[in-house]
Design a protein around this ligand. Sequence first.
Ligand SMILES: [Ca+2]
Length: 487
Amino acid sequence: MVAPSCRTQCDGSGKAGSKRVRLSAALGHIAKRDAMIWLLALSMFSLVRDLGVFAAQHEPMNILVLYADDWRHDTLGCAGNPIVKTPHLDSLAKQGVRFTHNYVSTSICGVSRASLFTGQWMSRHGNLAFAAFKTPWEETYPGTLRRDGFYVGHVGKWHNGAFPKDRFDFGRSYAGTHWITQSDGSVIHVTQKNEIDAIDFLTQRPTNKPFCLTVAFFATHAEDGNPKQYLPQPESMPLYQDVTIPVPSSADDAFFHKLPPFIANPQNEGRNRWGWRFNTPERYQEMMKNYYRLATEVDSACGRILQELDRQGLSENTLVVFTTDNGYFHAEHGLADKWYPYQESVRVPLIVRDPRAPDSRIGILCDAMTLNVDLAPTILQAAGSSVPPKMQGRDLSPLYLQDSAPEWRQEYFYEHATIRDKTFIPASQALIRKDWKYIWWPEYEFEELFDLNQDPNEVNNLAKDPAHAQSLEQLRASFQAARDQAR
Ligand SMILES: [Ca+2]
């Protein structure tokens, strides 16, 4: 365990974000004189808070989780993506902390969502694909917060068996298509509906209770049965029209043939979906542009939801989390989608805006190895609720509330069950570090070992290289220990 680096992010201005930045969005529609009064009020608020009499100890923070689908770590302008425009999420990152090495414990929608809600690895929560998790509801973050008097909502995708509507004060669940026919016959885009439902929650909630809302967007998930795959709104079509999306260097066929033989074949679903999306240069451009259009639509919806928080004066007492359930291959290794323990699939964005953060920690980048299972305990700690003892993740807030970073994990256990059968999507497990990765494919008893510093594209499997026998032995031992702990 060593302390991670959590540093000021460089945006060209040389300045970190600040609460003033945060406030400016709220002030966009307010006259200058009123804005001065607001600024004065905020200064007074900051002073009172800094004197240590922050009312949050008596008034729990609200929780807003903005949960996108199938975004990978670089589906954000602020993460260096040269194409996709995500101005509202970039702004959120400047007002909070962006975690640059955030990972999922399982890279598939249903299981990763179960890990979000329970703070547990798949081995413990028991949802191996899309069924209900076995963890008692009272041990999830929505269940704990509702018990503790929060008004709790969920809008959008669920994907853990039947949506448990009765568990929520406000529950509207739907997913699977980008365009939805409503009961009155009208058609609406799923991202628009996500936004409307989130704002309905915020405007209709009782104001005498704290709240917790999870907004589970369906975009940018593909419409699996539709040859078009990604169906953005017509207004988005001019976006990215005149750009060429760079094709990753590891999209070359040579990289595909370096994969284990049970992945590098047309029966494998990752290769099958590559054929749906990326098998000609023209198709690659069309699919990636529509994928990025869907992402920008989610960014705009997040912007309007955050604006509603500002309008109601809630931003200074609401923890905001933006993340996603799994990463995505954009043709790297000749694959599409997710599931496997390679970097594109397991690394995902994470932004946390926490009003408790001191000004010196606002707008920072943090490279600690953080996980999806950390979010439930982070949310419960921020809300002032107790963390169920069977949650396995760790509260992230010391990484941005403290000036000196705490000791933090250097490796984690990854797991994925077989989907359908071992030729379609085989089971995989891994021990993932920033510098090395060990992968175990149990159905094929096949090992991979990658030196990520020398080989970031994970092309040269060193598992059978005698020069790395000692590293292999060490990683195997850590892998087995981490696997045991995940149960
Ligand atoms: Ca997903």
